[in-house]
Write a new protein. Structure first.
Length: 106
């Protein structure tokens, strides 16, 4: 069962061929998701989760909470962000190359 709900409805309609996979090695793609250049998506964690960047960089904006105001983060390969159950993030590829990431249960 997935630990996230994609709340960006337009992503479901994108054909798989619209994503850039040729430049990303199969070992990086295994068990990971891709975000194409210029693509943004909204994810809401069903359970405590961890976003891990495998390749490229992503720009992440978590929703603001009473305890934490919203702040933009840029994550590079090997960096991660813990996302609490029920929290929503908006994520976008930082540059024109796209990014590969994993979304796992914490």
């Amino acid at each position: 069962m997935s630990t996230a709900v994609c709340t960006t409805p337009s992503l479901a309609s994108l054909p798989v061929s619209a994503r850039t996979t040729a430049a990303i090695p199969p070992a990086v793609r295994r068990g990971a998701w891709q975000i194409a250049p210029g693509e943004a998506m909204s994810l809401k964690a069903r359970t405590n989760s961890v976003l891990r960047v495998k390749q490229g960089r992503v720009w992440v904006t978590p929703d603001a909470t009473l305890k934490n105001p919203s702040e933009d983060l840029v994550l590079a390969p090997g960096e991660s962000l813990t996302v609490a159950a029920g929290q929503r993030i908006v994520m976008e590829a930082w540059d024109g190359y796209g990014a590969t990431y994993a979304w796992d249960q914490a």
